[in-house]
Design a protein around this ligand. Sequence first.
Ligand code: GDP
Length: 300
Amino acid sequence: MATFGTLSDRLTETFRNLRTKGKLTPADVDGTVREIRRALLDADVALPVVKDFTASVRERALGDEVNKALNPAQQVVQIVNEELVGILGGQQRRLQFAKNPPTVIMLAGLQGSGKTTFAGKLAKQLEKEGHTPLLVAADLQRPNAVNQLQVVAQQAGATIFAPEPGNGVGDPVKVAKAGVEHARRQQHDVVIIDTAGRLGVDAELMKQASNIRKATDPDEVLFVIDAMIGQDAVNTAKAFQEGVDFTGVVLSKLDGDARGGAALSVASVTGRPIIYASTGEGLDDLEPFHPDRMASRILD
Ligand code: GDP
């Protein structure tokens, strides 16, 4: 994944220097931790996350598990790996389905974060798995948003529920609610609700998203965040957590070559798991997120 190319190279270099040493002195550990800290900050990982991360690595690296290890440098790499898996959320978390269908999945995020694209990707993947998803167009802010979802639905071969007379034209909360009722009547077992995103976090948008959440009682609220968003990731994620209390995260544009700090900050700052990684503009570019695989890729 290109996103972590630079970070990955920097860490590899740090560990290469470490490996030339036999037993590690506290100064070796401090030097290594300082380099890790710089590499993470340069990758736009949020400062509080970097601080916690490096403090844990330092404490463990100075402890007995490294002191008594046959290969201390290898042990430090192992610790960094484990701590990375930890900040990425630990265990893999899969999408949760409702006991009584339809499973309602609401999407939230800034405009341009990749929500609509993700809606199509998810619909396509669910169809492959034998589900019958319904896409609901509740983004009524941008004139073109409904059309865009229509195009994506068509590409995914999924059914769409869009506002028209009787479906609550102009009122996203009514459209979302009617969409869930329509799914129940038409026996769709999953409903994916696309909601409006503005360029910045804004109170009116949050209220609308929060009202959609209340009206549709979703099983999952997925916060879609552009992995290239950089240092804004933390504030954006916190604002959405407060506004819609999302249950999981979708990292989009992980194929980009920017620094990718969002990917490494969001799960640990919000305590919510990353469920999917979106890795391209095509509808097949979607992967379940595995914290351990991601950590291995970074440390490869
Ligand atoms: P929305 O405003 O949140 O619904 O965002 P869109 O789904 O319209 O996506 C905004 C732009 O990002 C579009 O040009 C998409 O093609 C592009 N995009 C979405 N997901 C990805 C991804 O994973 N990788 C890349 N490279 N581009 C993406």
